[in-house]
Unconditional design. Structure first.
Length: 245
């Protein structure tokens, strides 16, 4: 099975040998791919809608993976029990919905070894939620596919991986740095992710063009918007400095 760049990036974050719960599985491509690659022993493909789950079931049968992948109608992880999975994927939905799923299913989400997220919006809010609820982002990636940028992240509970050291490190982050990390991803910045660099360049160009169009407007709305854009451009410049090292 050939996955899209977006889905492949998510699949590659799953730790080999882990049992997977794929939330919002849609066509079931990720669990099918990982099972056929021999990288996971079992999976639960979950979706809140019957239509996508039917498509997933059809694909699972077509790829002779029914004995390894169970389908389950579920709103988020509400039908997943603690101990049934080691990894949870929540991908392909807005950041607010990702946070809702994590919040409503907090007990089961904190029972697994890792959660892998690919929010389509409000990425900074998702990163902030993770930090505030005892998670540590240990790996991030970003891919560009069909002109759209897709950030993704793997997180574990702080206590799982050398908790005291990680917690102390997070407390030493300056306020300005925390804003940049939430917006663009600490791992992406520190490892100078090349796709994030493309994203920053594109965002800077778009902002500059819009700014020039409203530069001399004096309406209250234009004044407020210019101040917002100036701050956004400062954030981008701060992020771009990571690539000058």
């Amino acid at each position: 099975m050939q996955l899209s760049k977006r889905l492949l990036g998510v699949a590659d974050m799953v730790t080999e040998g882990n049992r997977l719960a794929d939330v919002g599985t849609d066509h079931g491509y990720i669990p099918i791919y990982l099972v056929k690659q021999g990288r996971i022993p079992r999976a639960i493909a979950m979706d809140v809608n019957k239509g996508p789950l039917k498509r997933a079931e059809k694909n699972i049968t077509m790829h002779a993976a029914a004995q390894y992948i169970e389908t389950r109608l579920s709103d988020g992880v509400l039908k997943l029990r603690p101990g049934e999975a080691d990894s949870i994927i929540i991908a392909g939905m807005g950041g607010s919905l990702v946070i809702k799923i994590l919040t409503e299913g907090e007990a089961v989400c904190k029972s697994v070894d890792e959660i892998i997220l690919q929010p389509q919006s409000d990425v900074g809010k998702v990163r902030h939620y993770l930090k505030e609820h005892g998670y540590q982002i240990i790996y991030e990636d970003m891919v560009l596919e069909d002109g759209k940028f897709y950030p993704m992240m793997k997180a574990v509970q702080v206590s799982v991986v050398n908790g005291q050291e990680l917690l102390a490190d997070s407390q030493n982050i300056l306020a300005d740095d925390e804003v940049i990390y939430n917006r663009y991803g600490r791992c992406l910045l520190e490892y100078q992710n090349p796709v994030l660099r493309q994203f920053l360049t594109k965002e800077a160009a778009v902002l500059k063009k819009i700014y020039e169009n409203i530069r001399f407007l004096n309406s209250p709305e234009a004044v407020v918007r210019r101040k917002e854009m100036e701050q956004e451009m400062q954030h981008i410049k701060a992020a771009q400095k990571y690539y000058e090292v």
